[in-house]
Design a protein around this ligand. Structure first.
Ligand code: GUN
Ligand code: ZN
Length: 442
């Protein structure tokens, strides 16, 4: 029967979340099986359970046995810039200098569709190699940069959000749009791509320094006309940026209030960085239902500051904090590097991030930030089979460390501290293998 033909079983260790570890505690939040199985059918997760039960129940389905590798939902990167893959690790004096010296000249190349196509393909390859199956992606100001990205994502049937960057102020002439063209081009892209297949559109004002009030207003209006689209921007990344924003908008009390006053917050809004927020801003973000994309490798590399997860959660416990690479100010596609940097950021504020919390931020929280948590981000029947299979002993040093691990959480912790892309054995998108490590390391 057809149903049996496209049904298969993945067997290995399995990690799912039955709750938010920040709310219910790590023990109650984590659903871990040492010998588990995931049934995949028609690109979706059909069942999850103990391997012996599942294999007994689905007798005709072929089994792919991953041994002691870990099967979990693919990683979700809630803030990243695909056009910046070529400027990762470019040195500067800080954000504004980096934008002017490296970013804007690089993004100016994306008026050429061939450049955009090449970078989009390379970017998606890097996502899959690192087990990232969904991301919220900034393109450039050129609408064709978003076209190229969505075309590449569509070819791979991967669920990606993306948006043309809008910027009409403090911007080189060759990268400037206007309030009207930002609105018109973003609207046309929404109509073409939002909810087309697995694609999601994210309305993308770059940040308050590069968008005039007229542009912010136009984009707030556009979002109210297309409320199921996402909205992404940068907020409170450096102190210098905040001072400049408040200088440009003297009637507002805070940076966040600028976005809020133009209708640019609420569920489906993702604010990158949020390092220097006041308590009032944190509470206002949480009340609006918007999410933070914590970009720890970028924050450290650029010297922007150390995001205080604990203070943020203490001020606004319900706030959604997801994880993000922020490539190319962020220095790695690896979610292990990102989780490690997030761990270090909490450490520098005197708090210890639990590995279950970090893995939750890298999956479920990202899905929640992107309003996709009913569809993906967890090992739950009915969700899309966007999965990663992790080798938990991906090099000899990790293997020795894991051999001494106290428990499963300690194994996860060792991955955060020591693993890199070599830990990603296979990546599945909608039930298809899109990346396979040729030879698992010993
Ligand atoms: N703020 C405005 N644009 C950018 C960008 O491209 N990267 C980062 N990290 N911050 C920004
Ligand atoms: Zn960014």
């Amino acid at each position: 029967m057809k149903e049996d033909q496209d049904r298969f079983i993945l067997r290995g260790q399995t990690l799912a979340f039955s709750g938010n570890p920040f709310e219910v505690g790590v023990e109650d939040a984590v659903d871990y099986r040492q010998d588990g199985a995931v049934v995949v059918e028609g690109g979706r997760i059909a069942d999850v359970g103990a391997a012996t039960d599942i294999i007994k129940q689905y007798t005709c389905a072929p089994v792919i046995n991953y041994g002691d590798a870990l099967i979990m939902a693919g990683f979700i990167d809630t803030h990243t810039h695909y056009p910046q893959v070529d400027i990762i690790g470019s040195n500067s004096q800080g954000l504004v200098d980096w934008l002017q010296k490296h970013t804007f000249p690089c993004e100016a190349q994306f008026d050429n569709k061939a450049v955009a196509e090449n970078s989009a393909e390379f970017f998606l390859d890097q996502c899959f190699l690192n087990g990232i199956t969904t991301a919220s992606v900034y393109c450039t100001v050129h609408p064709q940069s978003a076209e190229s990205f969505f075309e590449a994502a569509t070819r791979r049937n991967v669920c990606m959000a993306a948006g043309k960057v809008c910027m009409d102020s403090n911007t080189p002439a060759d990268l400037a749009d206007t309030a009207q063209t930002a609105y018109d081009q973003s609207k046309a892209l929404i109509e073409r791509w939002h909810d087309e297949g697995r694609n999601q559109y994210a309305i993308t004002p770059r940040f308050a320094l590069t968008s005039s009030p007229a542009q912010l207003e136009a984009l707030g209006g556009l979002w109210s006309e297309h409320p199921t689209a996402l909205m992404q921007t940068h907020l409170s990344e450096t102190k210098d940026e905040i001072a400049r924003v408040l200088e440009q908008h003297p009637t507002y009390d805070s940076y966040f209030q600028v976005y809020q006053s133009f209708g640019l917050t609420g569920e489906g809004a993702i604010f990158g960085h949020c390092i220097h927020l006041s308590d009032d801003e944190r509470r206002a973000i949480a009340v609006s239902g918007a999410a933070i994309a914590h970009c720890p490798t970028s924050n450290a590399f650029m010297g922007s500051g150390i995001f205080d997860l604990d203070a943020t959660r203490r001020t606004a416990p319900e706030i959604i904090v997801s994880l993000a690479s922020d490539v190319g100010a962020g220095v790695s596609f690896s979610m292990f590097a990102t989780m490690r940097a997030a761990y270090e950021a909490t450490r520098l504020h005197g708090v210890v991030l639990h590995p279950a919390e970090a893995f939750w931020m890298a999956t479920c929280a990202g899905a929640k930030a992107m309003r996709l948590d009913d569809r993906l981000g967890n090992l739950v029947p009915g969700m899309d089979a966007d999965l990663v299979v992790l080798d938990l002993k991906s090099n000899p040093l990790i293997a020795r460390r894991v051999a001494r691990a106290e428990d499963f959480f300690d194994v996860l912790f060792a991955q955060i501290i020591m693993a890199d892309d070599r830990a990603v054995k296979e990546t599945y998108v909608a039930g298809n293998i899109v990346y396979q490590r040729a030879q698992a390391s010993t």
